[in-house]
Design a protein around this ligand. Structure first.
Ligand code: C5P
Length: 251
């Protein structure tokens, strides 16, 4: 497998979950010269497609494309190939797609898009134990996350998307190697929305998260630019207190 680039130090990734690109671009304008790392999800990608990724990456750098691919191995492999040449740093797929699908994605990445880092979503952070039971997955969520995370890691993905509550057990199980990208961040006083397994930003970093993904606590704040800058400063401060030279040890 070709070497994958060394990831940047822990950072804040802004989930650009607004209905139109103008809303995000106004926020980016208000934040300049700060240049947030951006996650583009289904809402905007289904509307604007790869052109948006090319346009935003010109100032924000390679984007996080959160498409959560989940299909038969051939289709997912071909979709990964189709991303070759797009300025994307991270792409998500569902670990529930299974080993063959994950391996097909890794093989396609290795062949066509070697700079791309693949992240497997284990259990959505909006899912609690009741939702899992309804889906036929035995709770608690943490066990399903560990099982699916181990499978995805074996299949060769670069990292996982997980709730802040699962960072520590995943680090313990998988060691310091995989990127652990963590949504479900809720600074004190912000609404949970549909997220069930949440933690504050400093706590999530202390658990060993690689990057934090935050959407509504910024986008729905009365002053989104101020909310972003406040959270970014908190993350940078917490990061400086957590020496990178001291990663969690392997079991
Ligand atoms: O608004 P909020 O901060 O909850 O946004 C979290 C972002 O992370 C959303 O874009 C959501 O799609 C994404 N995400 C998630 N849970 C996962 C994977 C991605 O919340 N397991």
């Amino acid at each position: 497998m070709p070497p994958t680039p060394t990831p940047a130090p822990p950072d804040l990734i802004l989930a650009a979950d607004l209905p139109d690109r103008g809303g995000v671009e106004r926020l980016l304008g208000a934040l300049a010269p700060a240049r947030p790392r951006l996650k583009v999800g289904l809402q905007l990608f289904t509307r604007y497609g790869p052109d948006l990724v090319r346009a935003w990456s010109a100032s924000a750098g390679p984007l996080f494309l959160d498409l959560k691919l989940h299909d038969i191995p051939n289709t997912v492999g071909r979709a990964v190939e189709s991303l070759a040449g797009l300025p994307v740093e991270y792409l998500t797929l569902h670990a529930l797609g299974g080993r063959a699908m994950l391996e097909a994605a890794v093989a396609a990445r290795d062949n066509a898009a070697p700079g791309l880092r693949l992240l497997a979503v284990t259990v959505l952070t909006s899912h609690g134990d009741t939702d899992l039971a309804e889906l036929g997955i035995r709770p608690p969520a943490r066990e399903a996350v560990l099982r699916l995370g181990g499978l995805a890691h074996e299949a060769g993905v670069d990292g996982l998307v997980c709730s802040p509550l699962e960072v520590s057990p995943l680090r313990e199980a998988l060691g310091p190697g995989p990127d652990l990208i963590v949504p479900g961040i809720r600074p004190a006083g912000t609404a949970r929305g549909d997220q069930q397994r949440v933690l504050g930003p400093e706590e999530a970093l202390a658990e060993g998260a690689t990057h934090l993904v935050v959407g509504r606590p910024i986008l729905e704040a009365s002053d989104p630019a101020a909310a972003y800058l406040d959270l970014k400063a908190r993350i940078d401060r917490a990061r400086s207190l957590e020496p990178l030279s001291d990663p969690p040890s392997r079991p």
